[in-house]
Design a protein around this ligand. Structure first.
Ligand code: ATP
Length: 203
């Protein structure tokens, strides 16, 4: 689309601050699409729910007839085939929603932001004009996650094992956003990077 705002993708380690950066970008006038939220909404769509029940039976529903996400999670985390089957159903729906949200962005939107934990793994990098790597050392991430999510070292390691190595994520990025300080310094860094992206995107 001519004159369309740049698309920014966020990558980084688990708990590095991707959602926090997305929040700062939203405050600055960007439109953020949160893939986790869309994934939750996908499971509420009647056609998707019915398909999942046809695959895995009504035991995946809760007492209100809605998909019980923890039951789906235990199925797809124990079988790669089932995970791929779920993704092939849900990803096109998420993609359609993302595009329609981007198309309905207000005219003054500075940038469009994809906040997707598996941005690279899901092949969304190709859509991005700029990729930001949120750089936060493991010790800091763990300390923040212990505090905010009550996780421990094992929980972080378990989740990290299923993701691409951080060096791979970092090497794909166009900008490194250091998130070792407080929220104020993070905000300053993000504002500066956003300015650079907008300036270099101008025709
Ligand atoms: P996930 O990988 O699980 O999607 P994430 O990369 O989106 O996580 P956030 O949820 O943004 O990470 O941040 C993890 C935690 O660290 C949150 O509680 C957040 O408030 C906190 N946090 C992030 N950046 C900072 C900072 N600069 N100062 C203090 N706390 C921070």
């Amino acid at each position: 689309m001519p004159n369309s705002p740049p698309i920014i993708g966020l990558v980084g380690g688990i708990g590095s601050g991707k959602s926090t950066v997305a929040g700062i970008l939203a405050e600055q006038g960007c439109l953020v699409v949160d893939s986790d939220q869309l994934a939750r909404q996908a499971l509420e769509q009647p056609e998707i729910r019915d398909r999942l029940v046809s695959w895995w039976g009504s035991a995946i529903l809760d007492a209100d007839g809605r998909i019980d996400r923890s039951k789906v999670a235990s199925i797809v985390f124990s079988s790669l085939d089932e995970r791929k089957r779920l993704e092939s159903l849900v990803h096109p729906w998420i993609e359609k929603q993302r595009l329609s949200l981007f198309e309905s962005a207000p005219p003054k939107t500075l940038a469009l932001v994809i906040d997707a934990p598996l941005l690279i793994e899901a092949g969304l990098i190709a859509q991005c004009d700029a990729v930001l790597y949120i750089d936060t050392d493991r010790e800091t991430r763990l300390a923040r996650l212990v505090k905010s999510r009550n996780w421990d070292e094992k929980e972080l390691a378990r989740r990290e094992d299923s993701q691409l190595p951080l060096d791979d994520k970092r090497s794909i990025a166009h900008h490194i956003v250091e998130n070792k300080g407080d929220l104020q310094s993070l905000t300053e860094i993000v504002r500066q990077v956003l300015r650079e992206i907008i300036n270099s995107h101008r025709p």
